[in-house]
Write a protein of this length. Sequence first.
Length: 211
Amino acid sequence: MTKYAINVPNYVENEAAYIRAAQDRIAANARKGRYARWIASDPKAAIIDNFLHCAGEFAPVQLDNGQWEGHPLVKAAAGDFFCAMREALNEYGSLTEKQTAAVVAMMERAQTRLDNRDKAIAEAAARSSHIGAIKERRDFELTIKLRTGFAGDFGYVHIFVLEDSAGNVIVYKGSVVLGERGDTVKVKATIKAHGERDGIAQTIITRPALA
């Protein structure tokens, strides 16, 4: 922050605090001025400001369950650079021409990721159907597409998202390790439920046994 020469009146008892407060006021006024000029001079500035501060058209929305959901574009762009640009805007009141262009490029990349994700979801939804009947025990040959998990009250819970050769999505959550991402496995399992996520039909399995 720029330091400004401050004339301290004789009646001031705490000179350091007075100077700090005066410099803070001067810096705040400078930020307001730069912000006003930036908004007036660049038609993209107001959109970028809302984007970096998750406001306006980029504000979170409250879901039916009471939780808040961030704007998809903000979530797709969030990261160190996003935070650095927000901090720069907060500190200086504006962005440089290069910073503005970089933020616009970041927004465009985030939108491309969203478009590609939506396309992939639509393609997966078109391929995937529910398999078998509830409580049916059957053989599967599946490719592991995702492996993740979490620590539960009774141990680690593994989560596997798998696909068969037709593109049907199968999900397993439990204590059994089926393999690693990219592995093709043969497994006998019981169909627990038929569900759906992001419009994609999912067959939920339980009690898997590797062949």
